[in-house]
Design a protein around this ligand. Structure first.
Ligand SMILES: Cc1cc2nc3c(=O)[nH]c(=O)nc-3n(C[C@H](O)[C@H](O)[C@H](O)COP(=O)(O)OP(=O)(O)OC[C@H]3O[C@@H](n4cnc5c(N)ncnc54)[C@H](O)[C@@H]3O)c2cc1C
Length: 447
């Protein structure tokens, strides 16, 4: 058994996803001794990358994007020295395409909200009336209080958003940021997105797309933690919490070790959180266990010719939602580029039905949709595909389930809760995870 230091507070953090990493960094900076325990042999959790052995390309478990307003995530990366990996060489306007039409949302001509307004007014596939309705809807959603208890669809209806504007702007935005379709997604989270990203000022609305595999963003963390007196243990699962009466005083690991601490922060998904609790507490947290999750399906495709597509394209009228031209976004090995010149990724969020399909059927569907939209894809030969189904990509946050969000306080002495699913007021995202970790760690000092 590890003994408690009498001089320094010790905090055990369960999970080394973004929330766990953020919590560890915040706690370590407050002079707290930190031990991070991660069940897997890698860090990053649901935001990680790996090598595709066939092509030599680094793939993410699903393409991630961030926004300028992701301040907690960016501050964490700044300290790790990897923030620049999020910065594209040039701002990335969002191009929209269908088989018959195209448009572009370019909010970079002016700073802050003026840029967003300019971007909306520049969307030529909408009539002037539609653009003005979209502006009106955006402002109302952004300033609205009390969107809680409503779905995104009902709020869009209340603000009389035209059908075309819903289908071509709000639906892609809701799917991308909330991982849920407007009829189920909680509207208060869309308000949070619009307020932070569109009304945030400066570069809040800038789209940030990692230029390297996601794992590279967190790579310096183990060394950083060591230098700040902390410790990361990989391949160590926490089996249960250790209690003294009603207080959590440590954790018991899969190694059979008991680690005592002044505070424990759980930074694990909701079901894993409930599993850590003794049966007597599970009933109290039954609502947390009932969180549903929503899949995201990612399809990587490699072609025999380079693709001159824009870096990010939103698709209209197809099951495929977003196309990322990986050849223009991420740094690739010369050899991979020579053998597999065209490399794109397609993201489909809110993909509950699609995730049930076999991988080959999904790849065929996506490849066919790309062919129907981009002439250069139609002329190219598909060399390889790879489908990644993240069945529990994020929790599904509906007007009902947002009330189940907890934390950072658990109501149990010695126990704090972090994770993208906790009560951050933000969607379940990298930023929500980072913010939750920092908030939980800040409370450790006061325990
Ligand atoms: C395909 C996909 C695409 C996404 N796209 C975006 C995007 O574009 N932008 C965005 O902002 N967000 C996106 N997200 C969401 C984002 O990845 C998550 O919100 C974030 O990574 C969650 O971090 P977390 O630390 O809360 O949880 P996790 O990443 O789930 O971390 C939890 C960690 O705890 C560990 N663990 C669990 N139980 C135990 C235990 N008993 N003992 C020890 N360790 C344990 C797990 O192994 C894991 O490493 C996407 C997610 C997916 C899957």
């Amino acid at each position: 058994m590890v003994m408690v230091s009498t001089h320094k507070k010790r905090c055990v953090i369960i999970g080394a996803g973004v929330a766990g990493i953020a919590a560890a960094m915040e706690a370590a900076q407050q002079g707290i001794e930190v031990i991070v325990l991660e069940a897997h042999r890698y860090i990053g959790g649901r935001a990680r990358s790996f090598l595709d052995e066939v092509t030599g390309d680094t793939l993410d478990n699903g393409q991630h994007v961030a926004m300028g307003c992701y301040s907690s995530l960016r501050s964490m990366l700044r300290q790790l020295g990897t923030e620049s990996l999020l910065q594209p060489d040039e701002p990335i306007p969002i191009v929209f395409r269908s088989s018959a039409e195209s448009d572009v949302f370019n909010p970079y001509r002016l700073p802050g909200i003026a840029g967003v307004l300019g971007g909306i007014m520049g969307m030529k596939s909408f009539s002037w009336r539609e653009r003005l309705r979209l502006l009106y809807g955006g402002i109302r959603i952004g300033i609205r209080r009390g969107t809680r208890g409503h779905t995104v669809s009902s709020v869009l209806q209340a603000y009389k958003q035209p059908r075309k504007v819903v289908q071509r702007f709000w639906e892609p935005l809701a799917l991308a940021t909330l991982n849920a379709p407007p009829p189920t997604a909680d509207a208060s989270l869309l308000t949070a997105v619009v307020r932070k990203a569109f009304f945030g000022g400066g570069t809040s609305h800038h789209l940030l797309v990692p230029r390297a595999g996601l794992s590279q963003l967190w790579e310096p963390f183990p060394e950083w933690l060591k230098q700040h007196g902390g410790e990361l243990r990989l391949g160590v699962r926490v089996e249960e919490l250790v209690w003294l009466d009603d207080r959590v005083i440590g954790v018991a690991t899969s190694d059979g070790e008991e680690i005592r601490a002044s505070a424990v922060i759980t930074a694990v998904p909701p079901k894993a959180f409930v599993r850590l609790l003794p049966p007597t507490y599970r009933e109290r947290f039954a609502s947390v266990e009932s969180f549903e999750t929503m899949p995201i399906v990612s399809v990587y495709l490699w072609y025999d010719t380079p693709m001159h597509l824009p870096p990010v394209v939103g698709l209209w009228g197809t099951q495929s939602q977003w196309v990322f031209n990986r050849d223009r976004i991420v740094e690739r090995l010369q050899e991979s580029r020579a053998r597999y010149p065209g490399h794109v990724e397609v993201t489909i969020s809110g993909a509950r039905a699609l995730a049930q399909q076999p991988a080959e059927a999904i790849a065929t569907l996506v490849a066919e949709e790309l062919r129907s939209i981009f002439p250069e894809v139609a002329e190219a030969t598909l060399l390889r595909w790879r489908v990644i189904k993240e069945r529990s990509a994020t929790v599904l946050l509906t007007p009902k389930s947002v009330y189940y969000r907890l934390g950072p306080q658990s109501g149990i002495a010695g126990l704090l809760i972090a994770g993208d699913w906790t009560a951050t007021g933000l969607p379940a995202t990298l930023e929500g995870a980072a913010q939750s970790g920092r908030s939980a760690a800040r409370l450790v000092a006061h325990l």
